[in-house]
Design a protein. Structure first.
Length: 509
């Protein structure tokens, strides 16, 4: 098989890739509730945008909108727009994640084509979609990854054959990447600079012409400068954020453990076994054998330099800055996705079987995700009946005493109460509307009673004092909130409305 040759549409490997990509996304549709920690919050923000002018949702009197000064608004805007034809923000979010799942292998294939690498290596991207960032709910970041890979493929082509249309596309795409996630923007900009320095020619000439070759970065640079000067992400005190902004780094051993655990998303050993098998299969493909001289060693050296950038950012970026955490771990997925492009599969049976196994591992990981998601539904049991008894558009406090799951990691119930706001507006506490980066924020005087950042992890600290008069309902998961219902100097009376499974709803008398 010639690595330089374009494959016809009827190529069996293209069909195999399409099948694996579809099966990778299929678990997203296997049940109503996905065990992704931040999913309810993201859905609630998108639903608020969708119903902003719906008076029954009581949104404009409670919240303000700011799309310009936050670099995390594009995902919500797209989700809100898709909520119109698909009926709800919940369904629209599943559609977006499906497109992202398909984008993982196809963006890697686009980059492989641009680099003249073997397109079959895109199969490695399928199992990587089911990762820790997805399960935590870092959707803007996960969505930014295939966009960044596709944009890198355009960068490589633009450096080889510049066109005005491609430059315009790159400029617009970089701005879109900016409003998805800053981490991937930073990686993309550095990777583009390295690509400009890898073009053939004298070193000094390449350095001199790099700014002109990357002129399409200028619009994103101007927008980023404006965001840096005005955004509440960089200046949180402007929106009343007073929590300390400490910078924390992880010890090296912890960093490396997180690097190897980025695909450990479900309880049990199945994920780890599949990852080990995936690495072993890559080693089989890379095993020395007689082959033609590498005609594209420059492309592979470029990929290697991108991987060095990713691992350097992983090692030297802080793990936490204030309320923003897992910052360094945002560079593990680009590193893992680029690694297969260093391989040179041969034309023989060994490479074909190994690549077939890669696709099969992706299907196996997707099948395990389907099993886990369906098992998760039994833990959700009773939620719809309980939250449905609350009048829409009111104010609800969520006390999640049992945030963990027996099948999924990363506390999938922590923000589950946000589904109440996603279906009828109103207020839910805790909420991302309290965080500086949210495009949806409380109006002054409309915010819930203050609690220290991260209090949702310790609901037992909440007491039934005078401040609870703000809320109409209390949603509880797990044990009865004895401390909340009876403690405090000015306790209110709360009436049990309904209890189903591990859920209970209380209304204030």
């Amino acid at each position: 098989m010639n690595e330089d040759a374009s494959r016809p549409k009827t190529d069996p490997w293209s069909v195999y890739l399409a099948s694996c990509a579809i099966l990778t996304a299929l678990p997203l549709w296997s049940a109503r509730y996905l065990p992704f920690t931040d999913l309810p919050e993201h859905t609630a923000v998108a639903a608020a945008l969708r119903h902003w002018f719906d008076a029954s949702w009581h949104l404009q009197s409670t919240y303000t909108l700011d799309f310009v000064h936050t670099p995390y608004s594009l995902y919500y805007v797209v989700c809100a727009l898709l909520a119109v034809p698909f009926g709800s923000a919940e369904r629209a979010n599943t559609v977006i994640l499906t497109l992202v799942a398909l984008g993982f292998p196809y963006s890697l294939r686009a980059l492989a084509r641009a680099l003249r690498a073997d397109e079959r290596l895109a199969l490695f991207a399928c199992p990587m979609f089911w990762n820790q960032s997805l399960l935590i709910g870092f959707f803007s970041y996960v969505a930014a990854i295939p966009l960044a890979l596709f944009m890198l493929s355009l960068v490589v082509r633009q450096l080889a054959e510049p066109t005005r249309a491609r430059a315009i596309t790159l400029g617009a795409g970089t701005v879109a990447l900016l409003f998805l996630h800053l981490s991937m923007l930073a990686f993309f900009v550095v990777a583009s600079l390295l690509a400009s320095l890898h073009v053939p020619g004298d070193v000094r000439e390449r350095i001199r012409r790099a700014p002109r070759r990357l002129a399409w970065l200028a619009p994103a640079g101007a927008v980023l400068a404006g965001i840096f000067l005005t955004s509440s992400v960089f200046h949180p005190a402007r929106v009343g954020w007073s929590e300390p902004r400490t910078i924390e780094f992880e010890p090296l051993d912890q960093e490396l453990s997180h690097l190897f655990a980025m695909f450990d998303v479900w309880h049990g050993a199945f994920d780890e076994v599949c990852v080990i098998a995936l690495v072993f299969t890559g080693a089989v493909i890379a095993w020395p054998r007689a082959r033609e001289p590498d005609a594209h060693v420059g492309s592979r050296s470029l990929v290697a330099s991108w991987m060095v950038v990713a691992i350097a950012l992983f090692l030297f970026v802080p793990q936490k800055i204030g309320w923003l955490w897992q910052l360094n771990e945002r560079f593990t997925l680009p590193f893992a996705l680029l690694a297969p492009l260093l391989l040179r599969p041969g034309q023989g049976r060994r490479s074909a079987v190994a690549l077939g196994v890669v696709g099969a591992l992706g299907v196996g990981i997707a099948g395990n995700a389907t099993r886990a998601i369906r098992a998760f539904q039994s833990e959700v049991a009773g939620f719809d009946e309980v939250v449905g008894r609350a009048d829409p558009g009111k104010r609800m406090l969520a006390l999640v005493f049992e945030s963990q799951s027996s099948v999924a990691r990363f506390a999938p119930f922590l923000h589950f109460g946000a589904y109440y706001r996603a279906r009828g507006g109103g207020v839910i506490a805790p909420s991302f509307a309290e965080l500086p980066q949210s495009p949806l924020r409380y109006r002054p005087g409309e915010q819930p009673p203050w609690h220290p950042y991260g209090w949702e992890w310790e609901p037992e600290r909440v007491v039934n004092d005078a401040s609870t008069a703000y809320f109409d309902y209390v949603l509880v998961r797990g044990s009865d909130p004895v401390g909340f219902l009876v403690a405090g100097p000015s306790r209110h009376t709360w009436r049990l409305v309904v209890r189903k499974g591990r859920w209970a709803l209380f209304a204030r008398e």
